[in-house]
Design a protein around this ligand. Structure first.
Ligand code: TRP
Length: 346
């Protein structure tokens, strides 16, 4: 069995404001992975245009996601931070994968069904082929581990199906070119799980979302200390004090959410939080939550503002990351061309 060096890849779409859900479910985990793995973090601007985007907003949001990565503590010199459109091999490999994936596989993707809605005839072909581009993002680096949220699990399964079919369909050529019995790894998803699933501050049954019309439903990564405090104080709760056991949170989605946020921000479990706060009224618990949220998030917001004031620096980080990513991606793409039988210049 072929073995692959461990490599982490993940991507974030530059669409809409980043919020606490993106931070706890994705970016904060990206930061942690840096100590144990080589990591490649990508701002997936080509995925963004599968839905309509205003060019000026898109331009600003690409820089803003990059600023969030840096402000949160991702080191772009030890690892790679870049935007997808600067590395043409993503689109190139996606085309190959369009020829590997089956219509039947893509027809099952629930994200496409949700985003296309009722008027499926009018959805872009890009929205339909989105998962093939995502598989290409990952496999153009032959990445072995991908930290993502629960909602991306199906796309990761498709990525494995594509890798497996490629390995099978071209097995003879893969061996002939010296790549053993598998060219692409079967990438492991690292699913965040419900503990890092952040719900709306106004409705504990809904996910925190950039598209919720109420800004009070979410904490944006760019919110300043006063705004963070105000949103937490106004967050929906119930009338009971906090329970002493996690079971006591079961039928109390808003309480459960605030405890989960506190736990995730302070790197402890919800049971740990309840051990310290059992019997507290929400007025008191919210004050404690404001303190930890402001301590963790306000410096990130400040840093993002500082970084956004110097777009030249952000663009240079992306250019440098893209140049290093292109070297790795070109190596994979050349091998893929050889395996497929394409003629290329040497
Ligand atoms: N589809 C992912 C999302 O919406 C973003 C993404 C694109 C991604 N390419 C990726 C995530 C590759 C992980 C790996 O969240």
């Amino acid at each position: 069995m072929a073995t692959f060096n461990e490599l982490v890849f993940s991507g974030v779409q530059p669409t809409g404001n980043l919020h606490l859900g993106n931070y706890l479910g994705a970016i904060k985990r990206f930061v942690t992975m840096q100590d144990t793995h080589e990591c490649i973090y990508c701002v997936v601007d080509m995925h963004a245009i599968t839905m309509p985007q205003d060019p000026k907003d898109l331009h600003r949001q690409i820089r803003e996601v990059t600023a969030a990565f840096l402000a949160a503590g991702i080191d772009p010199t030890r690892h790679i931070v870049f935007n997808q459109s600067q590395v043409p091999q993503h689109a190139e490999l996606a085309w190959v994968f369009n020829c590997v994936a089956r219509l039947g596989w893509l027809n099952r993707m629930t994200q496409f069904k949700d985003k296309a809605g009722k008027d499926r005839e009018n959805a872009s072909v890009g929205l339909y082929a989105y998962p093939d581009l995502m598989a290409a993002d990952i496999l153009v680096y032959r990445a072995t581990h991908v930290p993502v949220g629960e909602d991306q699990k199906q796309h990761l399964e498709l990525t494995r199906d594509i890798a497996q079919k490629f390995n099978n369909d071209w097995s003879a050529s893969i061996a002939e070119h010296g790549f053993g019995d598998a060219f692409f790894p079967l990438t492991e998803p690292m699913i965040a799980g419900p503990a890092t699933r952040v719900m709306s501050l106004r409705d504990g049954a809904k996910k925190m979302s950039k598209s919720d019309p109420s800004d009070y439903s979410r904490i944006n990564l760019t919110d300043d200390a006063d705004t963070i405090a105000q949103k937490i104080r106004k967050a929906k709760t119930d009338a009971e004090p906090l329970p002493s056991e996690v079971e006591g949170l079961k039928a109390r989605p808003e309480a459960d959410n605030l405890v989960a946020i506190y736990a995730a921000l302070t790197d402890v479990t919800p049971a740990d939080v309840l051990r310290d706060h059992a019997g507290s009224q929400f007025s008191g618990f919210k004050s404690a939550l404001v303190d930890v949220a402001v301590a963790k998030l306000a410096p990130i917001a400040d840093d993002m503002r500082r970084l956004m004031a110097d777009p030249g620096h952000i663009d240079a980080v992306l250019a440098d990351g893209s140049a290093r990513a292109r070297v790795l991606a070109a190596e994979t793409m050349n091998a893929v061309k050889d395996i497929l039988g394409f003629v290329r210049a040497r």
